[in-house]
Design a protein around this ligand. Structure first.
Ligand code: CP
Ligand code: NVA
Length: 320
């Protein structure tokens, strides 16, 4: 090949790469609905495969780097992503918001720069609109590692857990507590997976009406700890009453939510096969009693473990 020819080819490659990197992020996972129903169901099956075979996906992320940009603290999301990426040959790069120049510069500029270094960005933010800004200015996929409105990686992992325990996601899911980010993503995942979901919250803390409306007949919302609803449940799920960013409201919330604690007496009303789930971190004696958290019905550790398996499936889907 003449040197002139290879110079033209290099130029064409650089131009194509520039165009690719200038496009808004082509795909990503900001909410459960950002993948098709078929893809979501496939990710659950792949998550199970990752769980059962520790060698599965080995080398799938060779040469790929993934940035984790976190405005909030994390144990499970950070560890499960970092280990999952490394186990598949990729390079995870954790970026704490406060000790980086995200605090100095416009979000759009910093995220565009990160897109030049990394193949995918996992972001944990206070406000969902920050994720939309990231998606607009990144040229690589953005994955929501939790925001105020959604926690889709948690819901995907929870469906892997339910599928593993029950052999199907076609279950009756009762969520008791705050109609928050975890609840929203669980409602969306339930609609995709053919699960029925009922949600019991204080009247002022119901899930967002638009999310409930979008879920149609799959979801019902109530405000009383109704014995009939508890007897109906295969899974009883709760989350913290004080999400990250709501610390100043903690005292009022603790009082408002206390009647909604998942205690031994609640679990005693549920069918004997029912399991207890919590995304963690849990607050013993608040949203759940210690007795329930430590009971044989509690599958919280499987749930936490499955974050890694489900997210490996997601990463392979988005990166290969
Ligand atoms: N469930 C969950 O996202 O936990 P972390 O906040 O510890 O990541
Ligand atoms: N609703 C909680 C979930 C933590 C994983 C929060 O946003 O803090």
């Amino acid at each position: 090949m003449s040197s002139e020819h290879s110079k033209i080819e290099s130029l064409a490659f650089i131009q194509a790469e520039w165009v690719r990197r200038s496009q808004p992020s082509p795909c990503g996972f900001l909410t459960v609905y950002d993948v098709t129903n078929e893809q979501f169901l496939h990710l659950i099956e792949e998550g199970i495969r990752f769980k059962l075979d520790s060698q599965y996906g080995h080398g799938a992320l060779n040469g790929k780097s993934v940035a984790l940009v976190f405005q909030k603290t994390s144990t499970r999301t950070r560890v499960s992503f970092e280990l999952g990426i490394a186990e598949m040959g990729g390079a995870p790069l954790f970026i704490d918001w406060r000790s980086s120049n995200f605090t100095l510069s416009a979000l759009e500029d910093e995220i565009a720069v990160l897109s030049r270094y990394c193949h995918l960005i996992v972001a944990r933010v206070y406000h969902h609109h920050d994720l939309l800004t990231m998606k607009q200015h990144a040229s690589v996929p953005i994955v929501n590692g939790l925001c105020d409105l959604h926690h889709p990686c948690q819901a995907l992992s929870d469906m892997v857990t339910i599928r593993h325990v029950f052999g199907s996601t076609n279950v009756n899911l009762l969520y008791i507590g705050d109609g928050n980010n975890v609840c929203h993503s669980l409602i969306q995942a339930a609609t995709v997976c053919g699960a029925n979901i009922r949600v019991i919250t204080p009247p002022a803390d119901a899930p967002q009406p638009s999310i409930v409306a979008q879920a149609g007949d799959s979801v019902q919302v109530g405000h009383q700890l109704d014995a009939e609803w508890i007897r109906w449940a295969d899974v009883i799920y709760t989350d913290t009453w004080v999400s990250m960013g709501q610390e100043t409201e903690a005292e009022d919330r603790m009082i408002r939510f206390m009647p909604y604690q998942v205690s031994e007496s609640v679990m005693a009303m549920a069918p004997s096969h029912a399991v207890f789930m919590h995304c963690l971190p849990a607050h013993r004696g608040a949203e759940v009693s210690s007795g329930v958290l430590d009971s044989p019905q509690s599958i919280i550790l499987d749930q936490a473990e499955n974050r890694k398996h489900a997210q490996k499936a997601l990463l392979v889907h988005l990166l290969t």
